[in-house]
Ligand binder design. Sequence first.
Ligand code: 3UK
Length: 541
Amino acid sequence: MTGMSAAELSPSAHIDTFARDHLPPVDLWPDLVFDLPGLQYPARLNCVAELLDRHVAAGRGARSAVLGDALTWTYAELQAQVDRIAHVLRADMGLVPGNRVLLRGANCSTMAAAILAVFKAGLVAVPTMPLLRARELGIILDKAKVNAVLCARSLAAEFEQVEDHPPVVYFHDPGHPDGLEARMARHDAPFAPVATAADDVCLISFTSGTTGVPKGTMHFHRDILAICDCFPPHTLGARADDVFIGTPPLAFTFGLGGLLLFPMRVGAAGVLLEKLTPEGLLAAIERFRATVCFTAPTFYRQMTPLAARHDLRSLQKCVSAGEALPLATREGWKAATGIDMIDGIGATEILHIFISAAGADIRPGATGKPVPGYRACVLDDDGHPVGPGVTGRLAVKGPTGCRYLADERQRDYVLDGWNLTGDSYEMDADGYFYYRSRTDDMIISAGYNIAGAEVEEALLRHPAVAECGVVGRADEERGQIVEAHVVLKPGHEPTPATARMLQDFVKAQIAPYKYPRAVRFTDKLPRTETGKLQRFKLRLS
Ligand code: 3UK
């Protein structure tokens, strides 16, 4: 199915055709590749029928699906909640297939059920990160032409600041007669999944972009299953008796996949907890006997010194994504827990992880190889593939790929059928992919290309360094200089002598011209809700 065209899209079940109408022109789509067995989906497909109803129909209704602080829902209970919410959306709120529903809440069972209900009712989910401000919400509401909102009561104050917002129903609001819980109580009939097309849009996920207007990435029912059928069975080795846990928000596709979709695909359980601290996640792994953990490198770094205080014997697999995994972080976590992390690069545009490695296939320092179902290469500035050992632009294609909602930047992300993620990568002779930097974060100092991540890796090996971020700072003489922002571990002083010590340490480990000419100490690095370092803020600081 490479190079499919709009004419080949299946007849839509959407009455409101906004999503399909605003797909990019087909010649700007990436190639789609379905050559992996197991990715052959029927033309009519509702992903929730596969992820949820199928388990209940097959007699697995009593298995745990969603675990949380106060409650456990079995697959049968989750189905009942999803069906109630679907009735509220359709019958009470009058929504029709294709309408967009914005969702706001921290990770919890209701947020999970709401997302699934939106999919099941043939609507389009627009999940948003809890920390978004009214101004950012306003942009998303307008761009996706959102018809209705489900929002946690605790986030109401910020939401009410949005001018002219669409109708909203609050959840976690049990006493209120118009709240979601009261409305749900009035519906107890099963809800039949809307017979959507496999290529009907069900999710618009906004990128956690650091600059410019956020981009809405559009994903089909088929895409939801495709990510479940690539990385989890082939790399992670997900199993029905796994218990998934982690920190990424369900509004971030890393979390949506890792904490909800992947467990459901195999009939396993996902633990959903709000606002986890490193200590809190360790305690939760112990309490829920979690087997698979999804979080970002910075979180593993923060958990490493605390791990010995917890019984983590249940834990088998740790997935790291969101930003590059430094070797020192991998080694520290392995020393603390015995576990070799599964690094994986994913992107909102591609929905989930597409290069990774697990177990004996791990090559420290490399992200890994293309996940079965995906292919990748490195392109030069002219768009030609380069061989091993040459740094260039990472290009990837597979069953999922970039389709921005009405956005000119589609032309920047897709080149000759390849998705360009904006990362500089290098491949070795065995086909392993090595992260270098974001394409636009490469530091150019006195004519040398320096990848900030390499300097960060070196600094993180020093026992005084807890966290660091390395950026280029404008410099008259050299164009840019390498500037390190460093958070010290307790017991170390932010003095010029410490700075010199770190500079010498870097020079001894990597080519000396890469050492940070400027070292600035700070208590905390600016990070997004998804654990990514906000380099532009370091440059402005
Ligand atoms: C960077 C990585 C090196 C890279 C994501 C897993 O992060 C996710 O999506 P985003 O759209 O950002 C994508 C960009 O983040 N990145 C992510 N993982 C790695 N860089 N090594 C890694 N392991 O720059 C990429 O282009 O926020 C991650 C699953 C789903 C996701 N959406």
